[in-house]
Design a protein around this ligand. Structure first.
Ligand code: UD1
Ligand code: F6R
Length: 371
């Protein structure tokens, strides 16, 4: 049921304040006078000790689910102190990469039925790792066969392009980082700030959804382009990859997400006055580096669209020709949840303007159950 919306993708983008609320329901505790703010993930509580003691956490997924894990990686590293590595499911299987008994392998899958992810899971299980699932689908293969896990509870996602599952996956993995981080005194203030940020997140997403019209205008400007680059780094490297994935899969436009730190190592050669480039430069510890990326792209006459925190338009914009997307600022590790929304809206509007099928892009299936 699409309700008042024309497409499932549109509905699922706009219902993110609600889906995020459901994801967090009953799992965040902002205790009374003597109780600290904590996280309770029922599916993991008996396994947290083992996860904390593991030598490594390996995230495994495909497509958008992989990108969600990438967005959560920095906060998991920060709060757990455990090294976190990333594996695209098919690549782990192709390489038969090393997985050990001392590893915790976390399988991220909206459907819980993706063939590549399931094969990687079987491989990790054979190698003795603790296997954790993060899925939207109760009763799916991942949910049933992993040792433990967390349901993201985002509600059924029907549009082939994953939107609300992405943001809920990031929130679950941020909660996972908080749960593994436990009660270390050194990071208590940080953990509490993140928990406050999580409580507030649905409101911030509601606010960023108001950019809908602005993103439609931007889509009109970009709809005839051949290509679109998205530069991000740190917490928002994943946002760059995921924004570009949305644009290519539904709007059928070539788009690449790039790590801004790699710009000078090749991609800079592409820059000219025609190729549109989105630079994500919201406030975090990478901000000044992104400011200098913007300056360098501008010096080469790059056609820039900059995403920045509210109030920062003047400090990021190198000149009149630059378009700015201002988004609400949230706790740095939660910023990817806010920042992806305008890019989801952009991909949606590009697709509708071009007259393509938004909910079922050509050649794609919702659940990829073959290799
Ligand atoms: C569970 C109930 C929820 C109830 C809540 C009350 C289910 C599905 N969830 O939620 O309805 O309101 O208790 O306390 O009945 N699991 C895996 N692999 C996965 C995902 C989950 O093994 O990929 C396991 C978990 O380890 C857990 C169970 O499935 O044992 C349910 O997980 P989850 O729904 O996340 O747990 P709760 O949030 O506690
Ligand atoms: C992108 C998309 C795909 C899926 C990928 C993994 O919008 O939908 O990239 O994310 O096929 O699917 P799940 O998460 O079901 O394992």
């Amino acid at each position: 049921n699409k309700g008042n919306y024309e497409h499932y993708m549109q509905k699922e983008i706009h219902e993110q304040p609600e889906s995020l609320t459901t994801t967090m329901r009953g799992r965040l505790i902002r205790g009374g006078s003597c109780k600290a703010k904590t996280v309770l993930l029922g599916g993991l509580k008996d396994h947290l000790k083992t996860i904390r003691r593991s030598r490594r956490i390996v995230f495994v997924g495909c497509g958008t689910s992989y990108n969600a894990a990438l967005a959560a990686r920095p906060i998991l590293e920060e709060l757990s102190g455990v090294p976190v590595t990333m594996e695209i499911a098919s690549d782990l299987v192709d390489r038969q990469g090393p997985i050990y008994r001392e590893d915790t392998a976390v399988f991220v899958s909206q459907s819980g039925e993706t063939a590549d992810t399931l094969l990687a899971f079987e491989y990790a299980l054979e190698n003795g790792a603790l296997c954790v699932g993060i899925t939207n689908t109760v009763g799916s293969a991942i949910a049933r066969h992993t040792h433990c896990g967390v349901h993201i509870n985002a509600g059924a996602e029907i549009g082939v392009a994953s939107t609300k599952a992405y943001t809920s996956q990031i929130v679950v993995m941020a909660m996972l980082a908080l749960a593994i981080g436990g009660d270390a005194i050194s990071s208590q203030a940080r953990r509490e700030a993140i928990i406050d940020g999580l409580f507030d997140l649905p409101n911030r997403v509601r606010e960023v959804l108001k950019l809908d019209h602005e993103m439609k205008d931007l889509a009109k400007l970009l709809m005839a382009e051949q290509s679109l680059l998205v530069f991000g780094r740190g917490y928002n490297y994943a946002t760059a990859l995921e924004g570009a994935l949305k644009v290519k899969e539904v709007a059928l436009m070539h788009s690449e997400g790039m790590l801004a730190g790699e710009m000078k190592h090749g991609p800079l050669a592409l820059v000219d006055e025609n190729l549109p480039i989105i630079v994500i430069a919201t406030r975090d510890t990478c901000f000044s580096k992104q400011q200098s990326v913007i300056q360098q792209l501008h010096a080469r006459k790059g056609r820039l669209i900059v995403m920045c925190s509210k109030g920062d338009a003047a400090s990021v914009s190198p000149g009149e020709s630059c378009r700015v997307i201002e988004v609400p600022q949230v706790e740095d590790c939660l910023q990817p949840v806010v920042n992806i929304v305008p890019l989801q809206l952009l991909a949606y509007h590009l697709t509708v303007l071009k007259g393509y099928n938004v909910d079922q892009p050509r050649n794609l299936a919702k659940s990829v159950t073959t290799q």
